[in-house]
Design a protein around this ligand. Structure first.
Ligand code: COA
Length: 187
């Protein structure tokens, strides 16, 4: 797959490269990122170097598409589609993201994710996106709800990471859905 740059009103989403290593390393020092994602902890510069190298490989083989989102030269978020799976009836993938601590609360992730979702449904022709989070991750759940994801349930001990096994919330968004937010029973 050829790397794609996405642009929104406030953000530019580009495929990570060596120029992002310092900013990614700095952002991933915030304990909330390894607390809720599969990002390793402690997080070193080598992790970021490996990540940008792998991101190029994932884009090339079409398994994952990762972006770094910048506003005015500052890294505000990382967002990606994971486990991209093709199917004759339209593929599927999982949406994942984090926002750098100083950039939280400004709606950047919803803005970035709208562009990614639009690209996933229209250019990649996916039929479905999944969102999953460790139970208790209210900010992530609210972001997913704002994007139009429908809550689908709690999968017991379904998430694995360096933290071990955890219960996971999951939600889905179909290409055919109206993406207006709907109520979630957990929020
Ligand atoms: C989850 C995360 C990306 C949200 O980023 P953010 O910048 O706060 O998101 P936004 O400003 O776009 O807000 C998204 C929603 O979360 C809500 N929110 C943000 N921080 C919140 C908090 N501390 N408690 C409750 N709700 C919160 C916002 O009000 C908004 O909901 P609304 O649209 O219903 O009002 C960010 O908190 C983060 O990076 N967390 C650590 C990594 C992580 O959890 N990644 C997701 C793994 S599944």
């Amino acid at each position: 797959m050829r790397p794609v740059t996405l642009t929104t009103e406030r953000l530019v989403l580009h495929v990570p490269d060596e120029t992002d290593v310092d900013a990614i390393t700095a952002a991933c020092q915030d304990p909330e990122i390894p607390r809720w994602t599969t990002v390793p902890s402690p997080y070193t510069r080598t992790h970021a170097e490996d990540y940008v190298r792998l991101a190029a490989e994932w884009w090339a083989d079409g398994s994952q598409t990762i972006w770094c989102a910048y506003r005015d030269g500052e890294l505000v978020a990382s967002i990606g589609l994971h486990h991209i799976t093709e199917h004759a009836s339209g593929g599927h993938a999982e949406l994942g993201f984090w926002v750098a601590a100083p950039a939280r609360g400004h709606g950047y992730i919803v803005e970035a994710a709208r562009a990614v979702i639009d690209w996933a449904f229209h250019d990649l022709r996916l039929a479905r996106l999944t969102w999953r989070a460790a139970v208790g991750n209210i900010p992530s759940a609210r972001a997913a709800r704002a994007l139009g994801f429908r809550y689908e349930g709690l999968a017991r001990q379904a998430l694995t990471s360096e933290r071990g096994r955890e219960d996971g919330w999951s939600a889905g968004l179909l290409a055919a859905d109206d993406s207006s937010p709907v109520d979630w029973p957990i929020l």
